[in-house]
Design a binder for this molecule. Structure first.
Ligand SMILES: [Mg+2]
Length: 268
């Protein structure tokens, strides 16, 4: 009797699995049809953070005469990037303050090269913070994508960053006119993936989570955050070669902005 009941429950479980699988298949691909609002992350999604950072580091290398400490600018940049990554990992764990990180990443880079000057590290840190937002390199097809999407959707920004800096970057790159609402963690008082920053952005844009798509490069901040409030998600990572259609979960994954544009076009 017991094993008979067990079998029945196994069969029911299997049937419900089949049912959900087929209803998901039906939903697959059509779920982005009702999107009216697209919210973008800024750094590493539109603004080419890596290239712009390296450009500012190169300027710093020249400005501070760092060739006396390093074989060449690439050696300086590579050392800095490795140290910066380690310090960011500590920052995320709450083990180092941002104000400390800003100077220490340069102090440690110089120390490794035998230069022990604290004032130079501080000036380098300030120079970098000042110069990097002035760089204008965008990720491939960013302007073309925004131009194309602007005719069909309301476009907005949700970014973790300082209000002044992020607004300056948008204006400096000539992107500001594309966006209706720009929310920074600085102005919102909350950082992605905190749901409150998403809700603030949705309210300000007069959008519903259900008709909104979040596009970003950070799995936790952008994708998990957006999913948590019921927005659709587009994960952007240049490593992805082909569009990955996971619309049964409300998600697509792309390695190129064109792929997202084409997919959205196929949905209209
Ligand atoms: Mg980002």
């Amino acid at each position: 009797m017991h094993s008979c009941l067990h079998n029945v429950s196994r069969i029911l479980e299997f049937c419900s699995h089949l049912f959900f699988q087929s209803s998901n298949q039906l939903n697959k691909g059509v779920i982005l049809k009702n999107v009216q609002h697209i919210f973008f992350d800024l750094d590493r999604t539109l603004w080419d953070f890596e290239t712009n950072s390296r450009e500012a580091l190169l300027m710093a290398y020249e400005h501070f005469g760092l060739q006396q400490w390093f074989d060449d600018s690439m050696q300086f940049i590579k050392k800095y990037e490795a140290i910066n990554d380690q310090l960011w990992a500590l920052y995320r764990k709450g083990q180092v303050e941002k104000s400390v990180l800003r100077t220490k990443r340069f102090g440690d880079t110089l120390k490794q090269a035998g230069c022990l000057s604290e004032p130079v590290a501080k000036d380098l840190g300030d120079f970098y913070i000042q110069e990097s937002p002035k760089q204008k390199k965008l990720l491939p097809s960013t302007a073309e994508m925004l131009e194309e999407l602007n005719d069909h959707y309301e476009l907005h920004i949700i970014t973790n960053g300082f209000d002044e800096v992020q607004h300056f970057k948008l204006e400096n790159c000539g992107l500001d006119h594309f966006f209706d609402v720009v929310i920074t963690s600085d102005s919102a008082g909350y950082k992605k993936p905190d749901e409150r920053i998403f809700f603030q952005a949705l309210t300000k844009a007069k959008a519903e989570a259900g008709n909104s798509l979040m596009v970003g490069d950070d799995w936790n901040s952008d994708i998990i955050g957006a999913r948590g409030v019921g927005m659709k998600q587009c994960f952007y990572s240049p490593q992805i070669e082909m569009l990955n259609d996971r619309t049964d979960e409300g998600l697509i994954e792309v390695g190129h902005h064109d792929h997202m544009v084409d997919f959205l076009k196929s949905q209209r």
